[in-house]
Design a binder for this molecule. Sequence first.
Ligand code: FES
Length: 151
Amino acid sequence: MDRESAEEDSLDSTLVELRQSNLPGGPVVVSVCITCKTADGGAVVGSEMFAAVRAALGADDPGVMVRPVQCLSVCKRPATVAVTSPDGYTFLFGDLQTESGTAALKSFVKSYQKSDYGLVPWRERADVLRKGMVARVPPMRWSPDDGRAPK
Ligand code: FES
């Protein structure tokens, strides 16, 4: 290998490392509210949502942790789910139906794992997640002066 090729390989490796350093570290944590009730305050829908999400996401991927939580303070928009990771964005969603919400979350988590800081591009978000978005919060370790989202 000549010197020029070696430098190109080194540059490629550096770029790959820089690129990968922005990926969310640790498991993606999916928190499902198990105390959500229907909008009229009747049946609890959160436990069904949790079971469906855990079966779809948490079974075979060690990079995903699905956990039950009691109330995400979005009680008027059941069912509610949060997606986060140690170095990634936190997303909070409401108005999720069990079947469509679970499918959308499965796709979302896959995109999250491949996105800088877990910031899933808008075009990769299912419609139910676009409509159900309650909040997105930047990660702790990423904070440019002007508050821009990463490109
Ligand atoms: S009970 Fe589910 S968000 Fe409050």
